[in-house]
Design a protein around this ligand. Structure first.
Ligand code: MIG
Length: 788
């Protein structure tokens, strides 16, 4: 029933007459321009158009004449005075410095182009339409060469052309295959790439929405089943611009604490304190870095959130503190379902203070989840959100700084798999049914959790990872891609899924490494960890009743590889942190499809099985069993094999050898990457910061490193260091010029520049000072020690 996407133009699927008949919006009866909003009263409803920015236009279509409220995904307000408006009997036109929005009056049509005269979104013979079930639809022209990226968390390849997708947060334990849709997250945002022009569209509706990107008829359409049709168009003109514009509107991630970017170990479940300590000890004993360990549902007393089972975890505070002194954080799971138990304070208070989601007659909605019969907080009310947030003091009081939100679609063990659609949410005094607000539930739980943790932790950064979410979730949480399986196919699936999440504003994402359900094996775990070491969220997690998958389970061979890549993550930490900072500032992803950096190179347009870290590192994971070769595409320029230092030509495909302990990685010639030292975890200070420079013949290489204390929010007030360095190489001389922004100074024993070139340099100058004497040769590279 819930999977029913039948609609007017699929008459075969739907025999309800009134659902089939689609009515065009018709002609404009009246038009008004007032207060920054142009209103078109049409035969079939009202359209409001306003600008949020010269590059961001909002179009809403409703059957009544009220401007719908944006969801909480939107963090900006519309602005007056950005556009001019004119109209005749036949035509209308709104224009800013970047966008032209215009069309016909009869029937009413909207065409959006940029001020270079390039059409972005045009309506063809069909435009806006409705049926008598409340569905609103918009048809747009599709061009043959259009590619579509984004759409959040979807299975399948990178380009979504030809796909039909529904947004309806759903707990899908199995299967995750190319036709599995929807999954846990709803991010109704996508980018169109048309040759080298790009733009974005965000369809802001928290009920069930659909996109049909089939374009056999030269058009695609999107539609909603409840509420208004409300969308924003982002002018681009590049993919990166459009992502920045979208994340300007829906917000960007705060910097996570450094520990959140390290290696995390999880399991459903480490069931007792002793088991947790045993796992941690093993990491220590084996010298494998670890920043966090997770507590899945078994830690609770009868699955009651905000409790510990006293038998299993006799002294959680001591455990958390002991681990913290080792530099390891404990992350407990928190689900939204609150057990119906009059003796349980959270339930009791929730009932007495009216915190739970209810039906119109005032009765509480109960659903079965882990604790049995449970009530669900009504996060659409701010006071409920604050209540829930404050409850997290239970965790922060014992030293916990990070939370894992699960089951927040919300998932319910019943036929519809979620809350009763007839529940009426408070929605700040503007009551709406669950049907209308479903996709916001996880987002609002994330908001409440993040804000509560943030408040309780004072100036310390918090970390949240969530399964469900909506556009804007990046402001509060990292996202993991839910219950995958230990299949090679699911390793393959994770690559485009994470890249599309990244292009949908969610820079901090990752998959369950090793696979969640099903038994993994040594080789798969090793290959998945190699990939995971380069994904923003780096967590190994597995399901109950599957084989254990800690790094050492599959014998020495596997352990050595897994350890190598966990350590590698720490070596690459300064590089990751730089790109996390960039994501925080600009909204651009850490893990990028090649098309983001090389949109003019058609080979990249559908490249789904390799990716970039930031701008200059290409990673090409091996994702099939017993495989030691793969094809890697390298775009323009020359690329250095990170492992062998061999130089590869760009603009072509290469067959690359990669033994079981190697994941192919290439660095662009003419760029640099930063490395740090291998550490037990991020709590340890950096002792050996190195900038690896891969020079091309004559040019200069510039690099901007970012650092801060990694644990407080003082970076927001300038307590960070942006260390910019320019490396200029002439025949025999290295000339280094640096400057620094911000008040933070990292305490490093050593900072050095490593030049990957076989040129023999005779002289080195650093900010005008002769540093020739601190020049050495190591592994064939010239190293300049800057810690003088
Ligand atoms: O229905 O808490 O996706 O990571 O281990 C299963 C138990 C509920 C689903 C999550 C998974 C987690 C599991 N949860």
């Amino acid at each position: 029933m819930l999977q029913n996407t039948s609609f007017a133009i699929h008459p075969g699927n739907n025999n309800k007459e009134n659902k089939r008949v689609l009515k065009d919006i018709g002609r404009v009866k009246d038009v008004q321009s007032d207060d920054g909003v142009v209103t078109f009263c049409c035969e079939g409803g009202t359209v409001h158009i306003q600008f949020y920015h010269e590059e961001v236009v909002r179009v809403t279509y409703a059957r009544n004449n009220v401007v719908p409220l944006p969801t909480q995904a939107v963090t900006q307000q519309s602005k007056k005075g950005l556009f001019t408006f004119e109209h005749t009997e036949h035509m209308w036109k709104m224009q800013t410095e970047k966008l032209i929005v215009e069309g016909n009056m009869s029937p009413f049509r909207i065409n959006i182009s940029n001020t270079n005269g390039e059409s972005l979104l045009a309506e063809s013979d069909k435009g806006l339409a409705y049926n008598f079930q409340g569905d609103l639809v918009n048809f747009k022209q599709a061009h043959d060469q259009d590619r579509y990226y984004g759409f959040g968390e979807k299975t399948g390849f990178l380009d979504k052309k030809g796909e039909k997708m529904t947004m309806w947060n759903t707990d899908v334990y199995a299967p995750h295959n190319p036709e599995t849709d929807p999954l846990y997250q709803s991010i109704p945002f996508f980018l169109t790439l048309r040759e080298s022009l790009a733009f974005g569209l965000f369809f802001d509706n928290p009920g069930k929405t659909h996109f049909n990107m089939k374009e056999d008829k030269g058009s695609y359409y999107f539609h909603n089943e409840t509420g208004a049709l409300d969308y924003y168009v982002f002018a681009g003109p590049t993919l990166k611009d459009a992502i920045q514009q979208y994340t300007w509107l829906t917000g960007r991630m705060p910097l996570p604490p450094k520990w959140a970017i390290g290696y995390h170990q999880s399991r459903f479940s480490y069931e007792t304190e002793a088991e947790v300590m045993e796992v941690v000890d093993k990491f220590e004993e084996k010298n494998i870095p670890l920043d966090a360990i997770y507590l899945d549902i078994h830690y609770m007393d009868g699955y009651r959130v905000f409790t510990f089972d006293e038998g299993r975890f006799p002294n959680p505070k001591k455990m958390v503190e002991t681990l913290k002194t080792k530099g390891i954080h404990v992350v407990p799971i928190v689900d939204p379902g609150v057990k119906e138990d009059p003796n349980y304070p959270v339930y009791q208070e929730g009932m007495r203070k009216n915190k739970f989601s209810k039906f119109l007659d005032g009765s509480v909605f109960y659903g079965n989840v882990w604790p049995g019969k449970s009530a669900f907080p009504d996060f659409t009310s701010e006071t409920v959100g604050r209540w829930w947030g404050n409850l997290h003091q239970y965790y922060t009081d014992i030293g916990i700084e990070g939370i894992w939100n699960d089951m927040n679609e919300p998932a319910v063990f019943n036929e519809t798999m979620t809350m009763d659609l007839k529940v009426v949410h408070d929605n700040e005094g503007n009551p709406k049914t669950h049907n209308e607000l479903h996709n916001l539930y996880g987002f609002l739980m994330g908001k409440a959790t993040f804000e509560g943790m943030k408040k309780n932790l004072d100036s310390k950064r918090t970390f949240l990872v969530t399964r469900a979410g909506y556009s804007g979730i990046q402001r509060y949480a990292a996202v993991w891609t839910g219950d995958n399986r230990s299949f090679w196919e699911h390793l393959q699936l994770a690559v485009p899924m994470c890249m599309n999440l990244g292009m949908s504003g969610v820079a901090f994402c990752g998959s369950d490494i090793g696979g969640f359900a099903h038994d993994t094996n040594g080789q798969l775990l090793a290959r998945w960890t190699q990939f995971g070491a380069f994904t923003p969220f780096f967590r190994n997690h597995s399901a109950a009743d599957t084989i254990r998958q800690e790094p050492w389970v599959f014998g020495e061979q596997t352990e050595i590889i897994v350890k190598k890549y966990i350590q590698l993550r720490y070596q690459w930490f300064p590089e990751f942190y730089k790109w996390f900072y960039e994501a925080h500032k600009t909204g651009l992803p850490v893990m990028r499809p090649l098309v983001l950096e090389y949109p003019n190179d058609k080979e990249t347009h559908h490249l789904f099985d390799q990716f970039l870290i930031g701008e200059n590192t290409i990673v090409a994971p091996i994702m099939t069993p017993d495989t030691k070769h793969r094809v890697v595409y390298l775009p323009e320029g020359k690329w250095i094999n990170y492992w062998t230092e061999d130089v590869f030509d760009g603009n072509r495909h290469h067959l690359v050898y990669a033994d079981f302990d190697i994941i192919p990685v290439f660095i662009k010639q003419g760029s640099a990457i930063a490395h740090g030292s291998i550490k037990a975890n991020t709590k340890q200070q950096e002792t050996d910061w190195q900038l690896h420079v891969y020079p091309s013949n004559e040019d200069k290489v510039t690099y901007e490193a970012y650092d801060d204390n990694g644990e407080t929010t003082s970076y927001e007030e300038g307590d960070y260091e942006l260390y910019r360095i320019q490396v200029k190489l002439s025949e025999s001389m290295i000339e280094l010029v640096s400057n620094v922004e911000g008040t933070f100074r990292p305490s490093m024993d050593q900072r050095s520049i490593v030049i990957h070139s076989d040129v023999t340099y005779e002289k080195a100058i650093y900010n005008g000072v002769d540093v020739t004497s601190s020049m050495t040769i190591e592994n064939g590279c010239t190293v300049v020690d800057l810690s003088i």
